[in-house]
Design a protein around this ligand. Structure first.
Ligand code: IPM
Ligand code: MG
Length: 370
C-alpha cells in the first residue's frame, strides 16, 4: 500500500467545516486499504494572519512543496477587510500558486441530473453538462508588474495592474488543454480578447500554432471572452474544454459553477510541471467556492466541492483513478437519493447539514471499495 503525503490547509470560514468531511473520506479510503495517508494540517489565510501576521508562513509553503498533494479549503472574510493588501488572506493562496508553480487550473463543471433543477438555467440547458475550464493560474494580471496605486502631481491617484503573457506561458497551458480534450470530446475553445488586448492577440496566435503543430486532430475554436460568458449561459453544452487566461478564467469559472446548480459543487485542481528528476508534480486541490462567511460555523455548508477536490487529487496526483471514480459515483448516488445541503435543496424540502452530507457520501463509498 503506498503512503501518500497530504497537506490540509482548511483556512477560513467554511473551509475547516468542509475539510473535516474530507478527512473522514481519507480515513475511509485508508480503512478500505486503498492507500495509507500521512496528513498534516496547517494554517492559511486569515487564520495564518492571526497566528503569525502573514497569510501563509514560509514553513507552510515548505510543507506544501514536500506534499504529494495540498488540500485547500477557503480563505478570507470580512474580519480581514482592513488588513494591508500584501497581508490579506487571499495573498496566501496566490503565494502558494506562484511558489509551487501551479500554472494549470482545472475547473470541471458537471451538472448531475439530480441537480438540474437547482441551476438558475432551465433543466434542458444544463442537464448532462460536462465542461472543463482550463485556467492559466500563475500569470496575467494577477501577477504582472507594475501593480500599484500612485499619487499624481495633481493629487489624483492612478491605479495600475499589468496583464502579461509570454509565448512559453501560453504554450504550456494550451498543451494541457489539448491533452485533456483528447481524453474527452476532443474540442477546445480558446477565450481571449484579441479585439482589445495585445495579450489576447499573442494568446490567439500561440494557441493556433500549438494546435497546428501538435494537436491538429483536436477541434479548436477561438471565442472572445465576453461572448464566451454569454454563450455559457445561452447554450453551455456546446463547450468541452475552455482554455483561457487567469482573470477570464476566474470569471468564466464562476459562471460555469452556477450552471451546475451551486458554487458548492465545483472542485478544482491546480497543477505545476512535473519535476524532471522525480516526475512528481506540485498540486493543490480546492473547492471553487470561497469561505462563505455568511454561513460559516453553522454546519450548513456543502462539502461536495471539497470532496470532489479530493477525488481530483486521487486521480491527478495519487494515481488512484479508480478510487476517484468510486468517490465521484458515491456523490452522484447521494444526490440521486435526494440528500441536499441548503444551497441545492428543492423548495419546500428539508436540507441536511455538512456532517450528514459527508456521512452520506461515506455510506455510499464504503461498500463500493470493499
Ligand atoms: C478563485 C478565487 C481566487 C482568485 C481569490 C480568492 C484570490 O476567486 O480561486 O477563483 O481570484 O483566483
Ligand atoms: Mg474566483
Amino acid at each position: 500500500m503506498p503512503t501518500l503525503k497530504l497537506l490540509l490547509l482548511p483556512g477560513d470560514g467554511i473551509g475547516p467545516e468542509v475539510c473535516r468531511e474530507v478527512e473522514k473520506v481519507i480515513r475511509c479510503l485508508e480503512a478500505a486499504g486503498i492507500a495509507s495517508f500521512e496528513t498534516e494540517t496547517d494554517l492559511v489565510g486569515g487564520a495564518a494572519y492571526e497566528a503569525h501576521g502573514k497569510p501563509v508562513a514560509d514553513t507552510t509553503v515548505a510543507l506544501a512543496h514536500a506534499a504529494d498533494a495540498v488540500l485547500f479549503g477557503a480563505v478570507g472574510g470580512p474580519k480581514w477587510d482592513r488588513v494591508a493588501y500584501e497581508s490579506r488572506p487571499e495573498a496566501g493562496l496566490l503565494r502558494l500558486r506562484k511558489d509551487l508553480g501551479l500554472f494549470a487550473n482545472l475547473r470541471p463543471a458537471i451538472c448531475y441530473p439530480a441537480l438540474a433543477d437547482a441551476s438558475s438555467l432551465r433543466r434542458e440547458l444544463v442537464e448532462g453538462l460536462d465542461l472543463l475550464i482550463v485556467r492559466e493560474l500563475t500569470g496575467g494580471v494577477y501577477f504582472g508588474e507594475p501593480k500599484e496605486i500612485v499619487t499624481l502631481e495633481t493629487g489624483e491617484k492612478r491605479a495600475v495592474d499589468t496583464q502579461i503573457y509570454t509565448t512559453g506561458e501560453i504554450k504550456r497551458i494550451a498543451r494541457v488543454a489539448f491533452d485533456l480534450a483528447r481524453t474527452r470530446r476532443n474540442k477546445v475553445s480558446s477565450a481571449e480578447k484579441r479585439n482589445v488586448m495585445k495579450s489576447g492577440v499573442l494568446w490567439n496566435e500561440v494557441v493556433t500554432r500549438i494546435h497546428r503543430d501538435e494537436f491538429s486532430e483536436v477541434e479548436l475554436e477561438h471565442v472572445l471572452a465576453d461572448n464566451c460568458a454569454m454563450q455559457l449561459v445561452r447554450r453551455p453544452k456546446q463547450y468541452d474544454v475552455i482554455v483561457t487566461d487567469n482573470l477570464f478564467g476566474d470569471i468564466l469559472s464562476d459562471v460555469g459553477a452556477m450552471l451546475t446548480g451551486s458554487l458548492g459543487m465545483l472542485p478544482s485542481a491546480s497543477l505545476g510541471s512535473p519535476d524532471p528528476a522525480t516526475g512528481r508534480r506540485p498540486a493543490l486541490y480546492e473547492p471553487v467556492h470561497g469561505s462563505a462567511p455568511d454561513i460559516a460555523g453553522q454546519g450548513a455548508a456543502n462539502p461536495l466541492a471539497m470532496i470532489g477536490s479530493l477525488a481530483m487529487a486521487l486521480r491527478y496526483s495519487l494515481n488512484l483513478g479508480e478510487a476517484a471514480t468510486a468517490l465521484e459515483e458515491a456523490v452522484s448516488r447521494v444526490l440521486a437519493s435526494g440528500s441536499r445541503t441548503r444551497d441545492i435543496v428543492a423548495p419546500g424540502a428539508n436540507p441536511i447539514g455538512t456532517g450528514d452530507m459527508g456521512d452520506a457520501v461515506m455510506a455510499e463509498l464504503r461498500p463500493a471499495l470493499s
